[in-house]
Ligand binder design. Structure first.
Ligand SMILES: [Zn+2]
Length: 144
């Protein structure tokens, strides 16, 4: 785990992210644990504590990403940067599957991020299924 982020900054990151994991869009309010403030570019690779380098991430995404920022794309064999919540727009790289339970990568960035961060982990999909039944999934920011 990296440096401690001051509470005020943490709250700004949580608020900016609408209290959703910025990768898998799990909602903090339906998680038993508070989410992590994640360094998009890890501290060990020179990433700073600036708001531009911080994202809200659930434990699963944070753990799966670890210190990785780029991954080989199985489809093309090329190295591809993982999704960057500050530089990239989620909807440019991902969409919800027809039944809204899975995240589909629609670009190379989307594909490698779905795979590396395991955005469709069984428990996350199970939670989406339950939340969908009570109209709490996808998160309200996806509803226009
Ligand atoms: Zn997540």
């Amino acid at each position: 785990m990296a440096r401690q982020i001051p509470e005020k900054k943490r709250l700004r990151v949580e608020d900016r992210a609408n209290e959703c994991c910025e990768y898998c869009y799990s909602q903090m309010r339906y998680s038993p644990d508070r989410f992590n403030i994640e360094h998009i570019i890890p501290v060990v690779l020179g990433g700073l504590d600036d708001l531009d380098n911080l994202a809200l991430a659930c434990f699963g995404c944070n753990r799966a990403k670890h210190r990785v920022i780029e991954v080989r794309d199985g489809l093309t064999g090329r190295m591809v940067m993982l999704y960057h919540p500050r530089r990239d727009r989620w909807l440019d790289h991902f969409r919800w599957s027809e039944n809204l339970l899975e995240i589909v990568g629609i670009t190379a960035i989307g594909r490698v991020t779905v795979e590396r961060l395991k955005l469709n982990r069984e428990r996350v999909v199970n939670l989406r299924e339950v939340l969908l039944m009570v109209d709490k999934h996808p998160p309200s920011l996806f509803k226009s």
